[in-house]
Unconditional design. Structure first.
Length: 252
């Protein structure tokens, strides 16, 4: 006897759960996300600020989530379940993340080298568990030559791709068109000093990106955060964003 197919209502439920969770992060099809991992200092105060500033989601570890849970307000939670870039062993199960109330998982995937990829294999196992539970998976692809790794990640369960922001253009725009997955541009340490940063974010939001992930403390400061929020959610120009970023923090 052939095995019975799962009831259709279960499959629909899993798809619906994933769709609803993603909708909370990408409320209007775009997302402004702050990764609290690299931000030294007062995590509780940072989350309070982000909740007031209109950020859509924060990336947290389970320990930090426990500390800031009462201050999240409308922020969605993206839970990192591994050690982060360069330390990508899985430290938390998908079931545990679901029970903690996370809207999505963040999983690191190292760019492919010449041999087998243990991080890609681990990602595949996480994605399988996440599919069963209706939990979205964001693949944080690290390293040079990330496009092929990102393509494989989308084929084996990634709902969103996050990668270091690059300004090359054609190849990654093609990737986004072909996979149909949202792309998050990761702005890491030192990004705040990059010349033309706001112009770059404007171009990203006009083209391939559906959001940005801020991993630099200076980018999470109130004036810059307001400027980036305007670029992501209000469609302002880079010039208008620069005026906001330069305005006094306590201007009336």
């Amino acid at each position: 006897m052939y095995p019975r197919a799962p009831p259709r209502r279960i499959i629909v439920g899993m798809t619906l759960g994933k769709s609803l969770r993603l909708r909370r992060i990408f409320a209007n099809g775009r997302a402004l996300i702050v990764d609290c991992g690299p931000l030294a200092g007062d995590c509780l105060g940072t989350v309070r600020l982000l909740a007031r500033a209109g950020a859509d989601a924060v990336v947290l570890t389970p320990g930090r989530l426990d500390v800031v849970a009462e201050e999240l307000a409308g922020l969605s939670v993206i839970l990192r379940i591994d050690g982060g870039p360069g330390r990508a062993q899985q430290l938390l199960s998908v079931q545990a993340a679901l029970e903690m109330g996370a809207e999505a998982l963040l999983v690191g995937v190292e760019a492919l080298g010449p041999g087998p990829s243990s991080s890609l294999e681990r990602f595949g196992r996480v994605a399988e568990d996440a599919w069963r539970l209706g939990m979205p998976v964001i693949a944080e692809v690290c390293g040079e030559g990330w496009l092929e790794t990102a393509r494989l990640a989308t084929e084996f369960g990634a709902d969103v791709i996050q990668a270091r922001c690059i300004s090359e253009g054609a190849a990654d725009r093609h990737f986004v068109r072909v996979t149909g997955r949202p792309f998050l541009a990761s702005l890491g340490e030192g990004s705040s000093a990059a010349p033309g940063l706001l112009d770059m974010i404007y171009d990203l939001m006009q083209g391939k990106a559906q959001g940005v992930v801020l991993r630099d403390r200076a980018l999470a400061a109130p004036p810059m955060l307001r400027a980036i929020h305007g670029l992501v959610h209000q469609g302002i120009s880079a010039e208008e964003a620069l005026e906001i970023a330069r305005a006094p923090e306590h201007a009336p």
